[in-house]
Design a protein around this ligand. Sequence first.
Ligand SMILES: *[C@@H]1O[C@H](CO)[C@@H](O)[C@H](O)[C@H]1NC(C)=O
Ligand SMILES: *[C@@H]1O[C@H](CO)[C@@H](O)[C@H](O)[C@H]1NC(C)=O
Ligand SMILES: *[C@@H]1O[C@H](CO)[C@@H](O)[C@H](O)[C@H]1NC(C)=O
Length: 769
Amino acid sequence: MEILSFRLFPIVLLLLIFSHKYAIADKKHQQTKGTYIIHMDKSNMPASFDDHLNWYDSSLKSVSGAAEMLYTYKYVVDGFSTRLTAQEAELLEKQPGILSVIPEVRYELHTTRTPEFLGLGKRDALFPTSIKLSEVIVGVVDTGVWPELKSFDDTGLGPIPSGWKGLCETGKNFNSSSCNRKLIGARFFSKGYEAAFGPIDEKTESKSPRDDDGHGTHTSTTAAGSAVPGASLFGYASGTARGMATQARVATYKVCWLGGCFSSDIAAAVDKAIEDGVNILSLSIGGGLSDYYRDIVAIGAFKATALGILVSCSAGNGGPSPESLTNVAPWITTVGAGTLDRDFPDYVSLGNGKKYTGVSLYKGKPLSDSLVPIVYARNVSDSSSGNLCTTGSLIPTKVSGKIVICDRGGNPRVEKGIVVKEAGGIGMILANSEYYGEELVADSHALPAAAVGQKSGDAIKNYVSSNPNPVATIAVGGTQLGVQPSPVVAAFSSRGPNPVTPKLLKPDIVAPGVNILAGWTGAVGPTGLLTDTRHVPFNIISGTSMSCPHVSGLAALLKAAHSGWSPATIKSALMTTAYRTYKSGEIIQDVATGQPATPFDYGAGHVDPVAALDPGLVYDATVEDYLGFLCALNYSSFQIKGTTSSDFTCDSRKNYRVEDFNYPSFAVPLETASGKKGGSGASATVKYTRTLTNVGTPATYKVSLSSQTPAVKILVQPETLSFSKLNEKKSYTVTFASSSMPSGTTSFAHLEWSDGKRIVGSPIAFSWI
Ligand SMILES: *[C@@H]1O[C@H](CO)[C@@H](O)[C@H](O)[C@H]1NC(C)=O
Ligand SMILES: *[C@@H]1O[C@H](CO)[C@@H](O)[C@H](O)[C@H]1NC(C)=O
Ligand SMILES: *[C@@H]1O[C@H](CO)[C@@H](O)[C@H](O)[C@H]1NC(C)=O
């Protein structure tokens, strides 16, 4: 969670106020109330009610006379949200006609160069015309928008698509002229937030779609911002900034406030976005991870998908720890993060003549060439977390006039620079721990600074500890293009296996998410810290929050090119055409380990939009397939209704299996034979079935396999599939016969169908449990 952690600063402050307020409330009422989302079984509404709202109200009043509904929902669930005590919630859940009572979950927020890096710029001719693209609407659920940016210029865009039902809601610093033909909708949802925190203080944030944070402006301009020539942050990353789908329309749904994002507000936003008529939904937020029937993002995304809306979500910033994913439902496109071929290098020189390369976006007076004393923060602090340069932890007399080495982790990276500066330091080296490996994230620090990888950091610390008078300086670099290898998987990008459904591989794909330039709010400086008074129209930040809107925008391009494609088809096209090797043939690296990455890191691979336009074959999935998937998880009819709002009973004669769910990738958990340690012995055989749909020209596809492990024999039947018509379907089975391996072993393979022109690739991940 470190990547966007400058945001934690205001959150921590608000949390203190929050608990204080609750302490008072507790004394008054004895019992704390929380927000709950009530999912009503609308198809079983008692006949005595002719209006569902009366029914909702009467159910609510039966447990709590005074409770009011915060929101009523129509699409995400049939139901409402309200404030209840835990006791009232329990009572309500037991009543007839109630599917579930889900407690509020708090969520957190998890480019000039990217279009060229993704092969968009020079191959524009392949992409849909602007007229088709301008029919596509990308809804972004986030912190709102800064509408005055050039990225929202609507020059050249025709009338708003005729089916659009959205609104430009007005409020503080936001009126109807804030929207135009580019930003066609803007709404805000604060009832859940205000129920928890009390009324929004309009002195510090706008109760309107206005973005006081920057995150939502960044994500929406990444997805579909208009092209702006001459963009940069302090001269870094200069060039034309543009979203992935420059002519698509943007609708913003503000749900995240300075104190966080709440699920009752998120549900209301997704509900409205569906009603308004968006085609793509982009959610760069993550929070609770639970079974799908209690996960409001999964529930909302199901409804959206069923109505033809592709939902793209960030995978989370919990990497490189395994099983750190969020947003893992099979109908969601789950996006991890990789780097670009662009860097912002600067150079550390030590008194012993050695030089190390770091990164920074510092803009200001550079250090002189002459060497100055350098100290390690741990040794100039009385605090146990002094090595992290936490607020007030450095002793000014020991820091003044020196360069300070701070360790990465704990507090926000940009805050460390401010802590050093306030203690009188004149430069900072931000050193990675083993956890972050060699991953370098550039920030616009308040003083000359260099973020260095673990190896360089250790070498610099060695020099400092072994020399009686260590000295150093930091020289400013600039923007470097063509950095290799690229992409590499970001250390922070959340990793599989999938903690909810191990037989479903997640993440689905990776896209650029490190050091991304896109639009920014005018309300705070580029670091997001209250002390940063600089104003910038563009900012460079990192996170799976940044990779998600790349995929949202690319999905808009595919939707424009192929208006009939279902969300599952679009996702399949993106996945089966993703690449997982460099031109040299070597597998994409994981920057956290310096080793080749695996499908648990990158899913199907790195997105390749040009190839995705013509995938040849796709793994489609219908609502019935998703229902069958839930049957395979042994969900009861009640739980299925809680997830999908549909009345569906699994057919007791059918053998539903997750193995047969038509997904573009394969996750194969294998049993470890008890008592056997590795190698030979018990073998197990599992069979997976898939169905391919032809979305290209008639062709014959042949299968090929590559595998890292002799421990699993893989058999595909048939080995050839011929398609003579558009939308023709053909099935195949894959049989995995495995020997026992020690528990915890993982290995990988890759399956490809090719007609000689197109490659339809799927990753296979084995894990012995
Ligand atoms: C609101 O509308 C007026 C014009 O009617 C305009 O001048 C003003 O800048 C608008 N924007 C905001 C954010 O108030
Ligand atoms: C920090 O102080 C300890 C104890 O005096 C010393 O052993 C170590 O070398 C110092 N480290 C650095 C990097 O200066
Ligand atoms: C569902 O139940 C069946 C039969 O009891 C069992 O074999 C299977 O493993 C269960 N599936 C899951 C995903 O729990």
